[in-house]
Structure formats: structure tokens, C-alpha cells
Design a protein around this ligand. Structure first.
Ligand code: NAD
Length: 447
């Protein structure tokens, strides 16, 4: 659904009126286009003394073709990104280095720019003082995200000691337009095993097979297209009632169409048979299918409860167990679940839905350590307000509130969720597991 308010306030009289009245003026967010450089302008790289990431960051930025200005020698560049290695900060007083780096530069950040702070997960800190300082980074980045304007966003990358070699895909995601609707989030890079190499960052999924459930429309259809763009063969799954739309999406991505109800007793058998026969297995599983049956708890029927838990949560557990158990999910496989900020913050009328989506967070956290032995990662995206048919049906006033109550003052697009899914799905993201990435423009809900 078109965001007419954003268009109205973007120029002319609308922009003038909104400015005078202090109304939100959502920026036009730049989305990723193939061939686009990783950063939108020069990257200024800085770091606290004693940091362990600066050299790696420099190498990765060079490899990505970014124009890098060291903090010491930069002239008055209008930075596309400000990247700071905070791993050297071991005391609260040492946080001053972060202030000193960003304070003089942040107001000159280019539109749709990035602030990326790289730290150590506090749980891996060498002592209490370092844990305090590293935990402080999260409050800092969340606040920066709320202060930035013109579509710029802030990201915190927490890299465990020994996991430095696995940070490249996360750095690229954070810097690039793929993360247009992600801000104020902490992403942990913790895997210390070698990460599969990426020959072509434009097509990281070349040679891989991906399954997307609920692929006939909405977010699932765009996930299928995005994984196809990134090189994957895509198997699109949806219920038989969506057969025509499903076939159209599958045709668009040159992939397969599997009509199946994921809650049916034979869903696992049919899926296993299809993947085994057509692809000999699967590399990426995106659990996207989901339903709502909203009612306040006192008015909710048992059927409404059962339906939502069954589709959104139990089917994810059952199908994944089957694919893992049969060995159909290949080594270095990727499982991506679709949670929701409702599962983080709760929502009136959504006890069933929020329980299912919070359950998925528990699921990725529980299954990730078990799956790690085979190099399989298990992560979730948690979308906020995304412009789909589902949100277009929400009454106007609630819809407007949902759209604007985030740092970017607008709803996200299905492609924003799809880019986050594609990031988790990439072979290079092997060091990232058990994570929940909010794709919500830094929504106030559950923040
Ligand atoms: P949608 O209703 O447009 O698409 C969901 C798809 O899942 C449909 O094609 C539907 O047929 C399919 N599906 C439902 N039950 C199924 C079953 N039993 N077996 C197989 N397929 C089934 O929804 P959407 O807005 O694109 O949402 C996609 C996912 O993102 C869902 O999990 C949803 O909960 C989640 N999400 C959406 C938003 C949003 O703002 N749209 C926000 C947070 C989370």
C-alpha cells in the first residue's frame, strides 16, 4: 500500500507544512540494487586504542571496494558510513573514545548513511569493567539510531574473540542498502569455525537450493525473488488454495511449486519426498508461512488458538525436525524463521500470534547450538510494520500509528524482510546463529 503521507511531506508545500508543524518527515529509503557499492560514500574508519578489529575491518572494507578514510587523515569528507572499532574499550571512561569519534562527524553523515560500531559480546568480556563498557555500546547505538535523520541507520556488531574471520557478511549487510529498514539492533557474530567462502557477493547462493513456505504472496513471494536474485534455486510452497499465485511466483523465479498445507499430517513426508526427488536435499529453509486469528483472549475460540500455534510454530518444529532427521538439510544449511515484534512486545488481540512468534525465538535459541555441529545456523527475522495486504487491512488510525512509531517514521517493504532473510541464508553468515533480527525501522514497541 502506498505511503501517501511520505510522498506528501517529501517536497513542496507538504514538506514546508510538516516542518513548520514539527510533523514527521519520513525519508525515501535507498534499497539495494545489484551492482551498487557496499557503502554510499567514503567510509571513515576509527577505533579505540588496543582494538582487535580495526585491521580486519580495513581489509574487509578494501575488499568490498569501499573508499576508506582513516579517522586521522580524513579531510572534510561527507561520509557514507562511520565505522568504529570499540573492542579496545575496557572501562566506562574509555567510552569517551566513541564520543570523540562520532561527535564531530555525525551531523555530516550522508543521507541513508550508516553508523556501525563493532564491539565484543559482554558475556565474552575479559572482566567486569570491560563487560560494562561493551554493554554500554548497545544503549549508545540504540540512541544514535533514534537521533539519525534522512534515512540513516545505526548498527552494533558484537564479534566474539576468535570469530573475527566470520564478520564479513554481517559488515556488508550493515553497511549496504540491504539493511535499509534495520536500525538500533545488535547482531552477534560468535562462530569460531571457518565460514564457507563467498566467490561472488552478488550471487552468494549460487548452487544452493532454498525452500520458502507461504511463498505465493506478500513477504514470502519477495523472499523467493530475493533468494533467486542471490543465485538460489527456489522451491515455493503454499496451500493448494493459493495454487495459481504460487505457480506464478515459481515461474517468475524459475523454481518449483509445491502445494502443501504445512500442518497436514503428511506434510513432512511430501516435503521430504519432493526435496529428495528434485534436489537431493535442501540448503536453506525459510519458514515464512504464518497466519493471524486476532481476538482478545476471552473471546478467542480454541480453534483460533490451535490454528495459529499450529501453522506458525508447531509446523516449523515438525518440518525442521524431519529435514534435520532425514539429513535432507545439508551441512552448512540455513534455517530462517519469521517471528514478529508482536512476539517481542506482545499485542492486544494477539495472545495466540504473539505466543507463536515468541515461541519461534525460543526455537532458534534452543536449536542453534544443536545444529551448529553440522555448520547449520538457525536464526529469525522479526518484522515490524511491513506494507502488505495484511497491514493494508488495518484501520486507518492504527495503521498510521504502526507506520510512524519507529525511528524511520515509515513502514517497511517486504523486500526489507527478504534482504534480512537473504543475509542469514548466505553461506558467509555461518558465524551468525541463534539470532533474532528485528526488521522494524527501530519500532518503539518492545524496544
Ligand atoms: P500473507 O498472509 O500475505 O502470506 C502468508 C502466506 O502463508 C500465504 O500465502 C498463506 O497462504 C501461507 N500459509 C498460511 N497457512 C499455511 C499453511 N498451513 N501451509 C502453507 N502455507 C500457508 O502474510 P505476510 O504479511 O506476507 O507475512 C509473512 C510472514 O511474516 C508471516 O509469518 C507473518 O506472521 C510474518 N509477519 C508479517 C508482518 C507484516 O507486517 N506483514 C509483520 C510481522 C511478521
Amino acid at each position: 500500500m502506498a505511503d501517501r503521507y511520505r510522498k506528501f511531506t517529501s517536497r513542496g508545500a507538504g514538506a514546508f507544512v510538516a516542518k513548520r508543524l514539527g510533523l514527521p518527515r519520513p525519508a525515501l529509503l535507498e534499497r539495494y540494487r545489484p551492482g551498487q557499492p557496499v557503502a554510499r560514500g567514503p567510509v571513515v574508519l576509527g577505533g579505540a586504542a588496543g582494538g582487535r578489529m580495526r585491521k580486519t575491518l580495513r581489509e574487509l572494507l578494501d575488499a568490498a571496494g569501499a573508499e576508506v578514510a582513516q579517522a586521522a587523515d580524513e579531510s572534510s569528507v561527507r561520509a557514507g558510513a562511520l565505522v568504529f572499532d570499540a573492542t579496545g574499550i575496557g572501562t566506562s571512561a574509555g567510552l569517551r573514545a566513541l564520543y570523540d569519534f562520532l561527535h564531530p562527524r555525525i551531523r555530516e553523515l550522508a543521507p541513508c548513511g550508516r553508523v556501525v560500531v563493532v564491539g565484543t559480546p559482554p558475556e565474552d568480556a575479559a572482566g567486569a569493567g570491560e563487560a560494562v563498557a561493551q554493554r554500554a555500546l548497545e544503549g549508545f547505538v540504540r540512541s544514535v539510531g533514534k537521533e539519525l535523520r534522512d534515512g540513516s541507520t545505526a548498527h552494533l556488531l558484537l564479534v566474539a574473540p576468535g570469530a573475527e574471520g566470520g564478520v564479513e557478511s554481517t559488515l556488508r549487510f550493515a553497511l549496504s542498502a540491504r539493511s535499509a529498514y534495520v536500525s538500533g539492533q545488535a547482531l552477534r557474530v560468535t562462530g569460531t569455525a571457518p565460514v564457507p567462502g563467498t566467490a561472488d557477493w552478488a550471487r552468494p547462493l549460487a548452487g544452493k537450493t532454498a525452500l520458502v513456505t507461504g511463498a505465493s504472496r506478500g513477504i514470502g513471494a519477495v523472499v523467493a525473488e530475493t533468494l533467486h536474485r542471490d543465485g538460489a534455486r527456489v522451491v515455493c510452497l503454499d496451500v493448494a488454495a493459493q495454487g495459481a499465485e504460487l505457480a506464478a511466483v515459481a515461474a517468475r523465479v524459475g523454481g518449483g511449486a509445491l502445494e502443501s498445507d504445512i500442518t497436514a499430517a503428511d506434510a513432512g513426508d511430501r516435503l521430504a519426498a519432493y526435496l529428495g526427488a528434485h534436489h537431493g536435499g535442501v540448503d536453506v529453509v525459510v519458514h515464512n508461512a504464518g497466519i493471524t486469528r486476532d481476538r482478545t483472549l476471552g473471546r478467542m475460540s480454541a480453534g483460533q488458538w490451535e490454528a495459529v500455534i499450529g501453522v506458525n510454530l508447531t509446523a516449523v518444529e515438525t518440518l525442521t525436525a524431519r529435514l534435520l532427521g532425514d539429513g535432507l538439510l545439508r551441512a552448512d544449511g540455513r534455517i530462517v524463521c519469521t517471528s514478529s515484534i508482536s512476539g517481542i512486545a506482545g499485542n492486544v488481540g494477539q495472545t495466540n500470534y504473539a505466543a507463536s512468534k515468541a515461541g519461534l525465538i525460543g526455537y532458534v535459541q534452543a536449536v542453534a547450538p544443536e545444529a551448529a555441529a553440522r555448520g547449520v545456523t538457525v536464526n529469525a527475522v522479526a518484522p515490524g510494520f511491513i506494507e502488505t495486504r495484511m497491514t493494508a487491512a488495518v484501520p486507518l488510525v492504527i495503521r498510521e500509528a504502526g507506520r510512524r512509531m519507529n525511528s524511520l517514521k515509515q513502514g517497511g517493504l517486504p523486500v526489507d524482510v527478504a534482504e534480512a532473510v537473504a543475509y542469514f541464508a548466505a553461506p558467509g553468515s555461518g558465524a551468525v546463529t541463534g539470532q533474532v533480527l528485528r526488521v522494524c525501522g527501530q519500532a518503539l514497541l518492545g524496544a
